[in-house]
Design a protein around this ligand. Sequence first.
Ligand code: FES
Ligand code: MG
Length: 571
Amino acid sequence: MSTRTLRSQEWFGRTGKDGFIYRAWMKNQGIPDDEFRGKPVIGICNTWSELTPCNAHFRELAESVKRGVLEAGGFPLEFPVMSLGETLMKPTAMLFRNLASMDVEESIRANPVDGVVLLCGCDKTTPSLVMGACSVDLPTIVVSGGPMLTGKFNGRNIGTSDLWRFSEDVRTGIMTEEALNLAEMGMCRSRGHCAVMGTASSMACMVESLGLSLPGNAAIPAADANRKVIAQLSGRRIVEMVRDDIRLSSILTQQAFENAIRVNAAIGGSTNFIIHLLAIAGRIGVQLSVDDFDSLSKDIPLVANLQPSGEYFMEDLYYAGGLPAVMHSISSRLHVDCVTANGKTVGENIHEKISLNRAVIADLDQPFNPISGIVVLKGNLCEAGAVLKPSAASPALMRHTGRAVVFEDIEDYKRRIDDPDLDVDESCVLVLKNVGPKGYPGMPEVGNMGLPRKLLEKGITDMVRISDGRMSGTGFGTVVLHVSPEAAEGGVLGLVKDGDEIELDVPNRKLQLLVDDAELNRRRGLMTRQTVSFTRGYVKLYTEHVEQAHLGADFDFLKGGSGSAVSRDSH
Ligand code: FES
Ligand code: MG
């Protein structure tokens, strides 16, 4: 052990009045005096909430972490932070990601902790915790809550991606409300987060591929006893990380980010990954641009056969060897020298971790799909970029020019999408405006908007859709998302009119509104900007400071970090 004075001793190692205050009130929890004398204090940052069903088992998980911390000679202290549940929060959990990250950052810095364990599960809880922790930069390890067991309905496997199919089937009468109710009872069979490669699973894979968790963390189901084992082992490990002073900034190198981008391509990870990874990079000071996601994933095929890009579930990924086996499969494309939370390199962690089921995790030279990753489109419609996930889209629509059918906002879309008189056919391009970071506000997951009922009834299953919003990581379709700048920020998206031709050319990474500049300037001159303004509270702060999607949608004033030092005392 180093002779370095622990940060926590600036509180607990003090004499006189201050030391008395810092220790005495803690003792009301029944803590013996020697706990305060130089043991590494480990904060367990818990996003437990009964309103976040994906994280509802986290108090139990925290007990396993504590056990590990105690075994290694540390002093564990669990604390709550704002929890973001994807399913219940309106208007979208994304609106609060930056707020939660501020809660995490300030809670860590203000308290006497030497190292932190982040308990993350549902989509936004992972990026918000990692972002906040990066801005303090203490030794930190992530424990994910794990996915749910595979859902069951009518003798087949289901997961969140089926929800989008079911909802179209109910709209066209193929599925009854009664059947939908039965599916509801079989969808979420256990504790844990969404069981497909949606955003939560992509985030769990992101932290593992960045090196922020123990190897194998991403795929262990929440209901599997091994989930508790990895929580306990992580508790042991964080104490060693404090002793060795392994901080987030020493793990989160440029190469670590490149590994994460390549792994996200290989697993067919969520489009939301881009926004969250950009925000994390911004906090830790690594230069990353939206274009890197395209260029770095170009030579990575889809090796994991998981919904929504493929057919299997997270439980299957675990049985096939988990993320270490995926990383083993693409190891020739990874920076294997990156050091990870367990003190070992990526190469050491994935050595001999071969796939145990090649239907689920394929070899690099025999991939499940040669197309993977997330492409970044440019053009007059999205000067700063827009994204599309080709593995979840229709090959026939990768080059498509069609007539725009425009919805000014989400209410307009809901009002008219099923109108039998809506002038639309399957060659059209559906355009949804004002669902970006500022326009909604909060950039909700509505980009994979359902198709017009009359086209569903004709058997149409996909159309080109464009918006400045996001889509659920469980979603699919030929969906252009994150158009930047957004309509509410003066982007050209706001100028699109019914009948305009739009050209999507994925092979050439192009998205073009086929209207000349003179006409666009004329429209811009006529436009009356109807921005909703908020006079108070968090939403006012959000709309005034949120950056555009291609920058990660963090607040401008949250970029970077302030370290862990606090010079002044509280009394
Ligand atoms: Fe929490 Fe899908 S709703 S992960
Ligand atoms: Mg989601």
